[in-house]
Design a protein around this ligand. Structure first.
Ligand code: UGA
Length: 445
């Protein structure tokens, strides 16, 4: 796969977003250096090892290391000397004790890189940032650049999903580029993304503020859609209605659509939760907090699903979890990922354990990450081992391996055939037929 114009570029920050972007840009035919201050991360990427689980990425990484289009460095000097186009892809986590985003890593890149640049450079920000950040970084860059050197800040938000990161980067739904008045950075972006544009991907040029807002608005909308169906799930639970049938029925209306109406344990991960909070915090700073107070509800509805799951587990255990053996299937925040940041599955596992249950957790990919954040839970090496002697089983992340479980064989392993489907993916009738008592969020099954 080759873009029509081959360019040189750097990608600064080689976490989830940056490592994927760097490898995929090389895959499109560009020459790319990925830069990070984390030496261990760079060493691992140089060896062709992706430090997280992402289907398809190891192959793309290895192939482009071998063909020489992709390399990695810990030196900003290397980045400054290599290219005139730079992508900024460092993290913007939630600040401790606040809803706001921590912009220190983003600012640090500008402070480290800009004084080393000579000539004309463009920095495309990819990180998710509060509206106004790009303009602020432009001022910072102007104050740090050498006389005669120009550094243009443009914003090119990233919409990739974990688990589909390679596909989403090579063939995105849309490309958005925010530029300041008079800038021609969009023309450079057109060259970078020539392959996708030729393939018909919509290319939208906006001002800086709009491009920053596009990203957070998209994530806020997705979070709202999930919490909408989960709020309706609460009503279904109170009335005997079935949220899955309801979602199917409203989803047929193509103005609504069935995607992201999956009722269950709700959203987690490194993006949706922190992004809606940072959006609210920014609205507050702008004096427009009323506009986004509904996101507080979106957040609360989402958190209540975790409580409901723990309550359900307590109920099926006869009112107390003390001494009960509970199996939690899944630790990652969603399938096809080893990411446990703000994971609903791990949050439920933790609460069950704190209420006195002996919890056994199994996840096909996220065990190591889960152990780091929740070392006190019990971890086992296989789903069969996890099921052994369980008093209740909680399906918390909908990995295919769990969807494919055989209810008959599973029933033979547990102490009590009771399962709680936190993601609404099991065939209820098949599990009932195998002798299981099954409960699901938002359904009276
Ligand atoms: C999300 C967005 O989908 C991406 O477009 C965006 O680029 C990315 O954040 C980001 O900001 O970097 P991601 O965090 O990978 O991507 O995860 P999603 O696939 O959006 O899922 C988020 C959470 O919602 C998961 O915990 C998932 O289990 C949950 N979910 C999703 C539901 O509970 N119900 C659904 O119907 C769909």
């Amino acid at each position: 796969m080759k873009g029509s114009a081959h360019m040189r570029m750097t990608v600064i920050g080689t976490g989830y977003l940056g490592a994927t972007h760097a490898a995929c840009m090389a895959e499109l035919g560009h020459e790319v250096i990925g830069v990070d201050v984390d030496e261990a991360k760079i060493a691992s990427l140089r060896d062709g090892e992706v430090p997280f689980f992402e289907p398809g990425l190891p192959e793309v990484l290895e192939c482009n290391l071998d063909n020489g289009r992709l390399s990695f460095s810990t030196s900003y000097g290397d980045a400054a000397a290599f290219a005139h186009v730079h992508f900024l892809a460092v993290g913007t986590p939630q600040k401790r004790g606040s809803f706001a985003a921590d912009l220190s890593y983003v600012r640090q890149v500008i402070t480290s890189l800009v004084p080393l640049l000579e000539g004309e450079h463009i920095i495309f920000g990819k990180s998710t940032v509060p509206v106004g950040t790009a303009a602020e970084l432009q001022e910072l860059a102007d104050s740090l650049s050498h006389p005669g050197t120009s550094v243009e800040i443009a914003w090119n938000p990233e919409f990739l999903r974990e688990g589909y990161a390679v596909k989403d980067t090579i063939t995105p739904d849309r490309i958005v580029v925010g530029i300041r008045e008079g800038s021609t950075a969009d023309e450079v972006a057109r060259e970078v993304y020539a392959t996708a544009i030729e393939g018909g991907t919509p290319f939208l040029v906006t001002d800086l503020a709009t491009s920053e807002l596009v990203k957070v608005s998209a994530n806020a909308f997705l979070a709202t859609k999930i919490s909408f169906i989960n709020a309706v799930a609460e009503i279904c639970e109170a009335t005997g209605a079935d949220v899955v049938q309801l979602a199917d029925a409203i989803g047929h209306d193509d103005r609504i659509g069935r995607k992201f109406l999956g009722a269950g344990l709700g959203f987690g991960g490194g993006c949706l939760p922190k992004d809606i909070r940072a959006f609210m915090a920014r609205a507050g700073e702008l004096g427009t907090d009323q506009a986004l107070t509904f996101l507080r509800e979106v957040d609360s509805i989402n958190m209540r699903r975790r409580d409901r799951m723990v309550q359900l587990a307590r109920e099926v255990c006869g009112g107390s979890l003390l001494g009960k053996r509970v199996t939690v299937l899944g630790a990652a925040f969603k399938p096809n990922s080893d990411d446990v940041r703000d994971s609903p599955a791990l949050s439920v596992a933790g609460s069950l354990s704190l209420q006195g249950a002996a919890v056994s957790v199994y996840d096909p990919q996220a065990m190591d990450n889960a152990r780091k954040v929740f070392p006190t839970l019990g971890y086992v090496d296989s789903v069969q081992e996890a099921l052994e002697d369980a008093d209740v089983v909680v399906l918390a992340t909908e990995w295919q391996e769990f969807r494919d479980l055989d209810p008959v064989a599973s029933a033979a392993l547990v102490a009590q055939p009771v399962i709680l489907d936190g993601r609404n993916v099991l065939d209820v009738q098949a599990w009932k037929d195998a002798g299981w008592t099954i409960h699901a969020l938002g359904r009276n099954v």
